[in-house]
Design a protein around this ligand. Sequence first.
Ligand SMILES: Nc1nc2c(ncn2[C@@H]2O[C@H](COP(=O)(O)OP(=O)(O)OP(=O)(O)O)[C@@H](O)[C@H]2O)c(=O)[nH]1
Ligand SMILES: [Mg+2]
Length: 444
Amino acid sequence: MAVATPPGVGGIAVLRLSGAAAPDLVLQLTHGRTSWTPRQATYVQLYADGELLDDAVVTYFAAPHSYTGDDCVEISCHGSQYVQRRLLDVLTAAGARLAEPGEFTMRAFLNGRLDLSQAEAVADLIDATSQGAHRLASRQLRGSVAGRLAQLRERFVKLASLMELELDFSEEDVEFADRSQLQQLLDEIEQLALPLADSFRFGNAVRNGIRVAIVGQPNVGKSTLLNALVGDDRAIVSPTPGTTRDTIEECVTIEGLLFRFVDTAGLRHSSDDIELAGMERSRRAVQEADTVLVVSDTPDTPGATPCDIPHELLADKEVVYLLNKVDLLPQQQPLPSDGSPSAPLAISAKQGIGLDKLRAAIVEPYLKTQLPDTTVLTNVRHHRALLATLQAVRHIRDGLASGVPTDLVVVDIRDALYHIGSITGQVTDSEILHAIFADFCVGK
Ligand SMILES: Nc1nc2c(ncn2[C@@H]2O[C@H](COP(=O)(O)OP(=O)(O)OP(=O)(O)O)[C@@H](O)[C@H]2O)c(=O)[nH]1
Ligand SMILES: [Mg+2]
């Protein structure tokens, strides 16, 4: 039992009970009702210790056709904190207990209503604040990740059965399993698993809000650019180099995706303590960023990385090089962005030139997560398990190539199956389960 609506006062509050005893417990609060009709909203008066407490609407979901798979009852009562507390009290006295966070969803998982990846999607769906994040959670809830993993699993099972066949007959010294068939299966596995593992970088960013760090030397117009992108005078702009000391973060939704733009202190050699601390934060902002906008304002060094950003820091990030203040360039001079694909985008943050192109460049890599029929990983736990699966695939390949005994190769296949099973919840230990569901809100 738990209140499923947010804590506090509201027009109505929903109290949810799950378990075989739930329908009878709630009947006890009515004067004289003896049953509920499944899936029918029923207007009732609820009594607490003989006194009328509230008018409410009760909906009964009979097992197994409920969220948890057990008998469920939802009470929609008035959203007063007193009514909520009193209902919890009388139901507790009648034998109900408060649910743990995520316990309803955990019951649904344990009753086989959802696999673990779908159950986790429920929490993501509730947390989603943008269309993009909602879309990914919604697809995962409908089984996109589960479906892709089932395809993977099927191939591993086939691989295992071929190898085990070989194992059964090993005394006869015959190599049964056709090596090319094994290779073919491993190829298929990698073709399925690699894009899925790669999708995590973009999927995770979309789920959490895509972090975009704006970096460059002092005075190139980083704060002006932040203000232009968020459409607000958020950061102080001045002709004095070293204006921005701290990082400044602001969220904007572009094409349904949530972006967290971070303006940073300009990077240069300095002996000022505060400025140095600011630059340290700039570097951290780059480290945490999914996309980095590297801004410069001089056309002679387009695309140059400003001092103190090591190239390896940018290795697994989307990087967009910008040449700002093009409004100051002589009209006849061709813009440096003409030509090579890695050439910087010419913009004027102050005059609003080139900002649409910039927005398009920022959004582009993440938009592919939104295409219909793509399966995208968003969950760190899933990503780790999939990387472990791919590691096992490499072991299997090496084992086959170097003639490792079949029983050892089979161990690696079992290992891979274990990791896939850990994503869907086919194999889990209860500690992991509790850790996953503890992050849920109460009442879900
Ligand atoms: N002409 C022109 N001036 C610009 C443009 N963008 C910024 N500026 C000017 O450049 C100066 C520095 O701008 P800021 O946005 O404060 O630069 P910054 O990179 O944040 O500087 P720091 O915080 O000191 O690192 C200001 O006087 C801005 O008005 C532009 O596109 N064109
Ligand atoms: Mg600034």
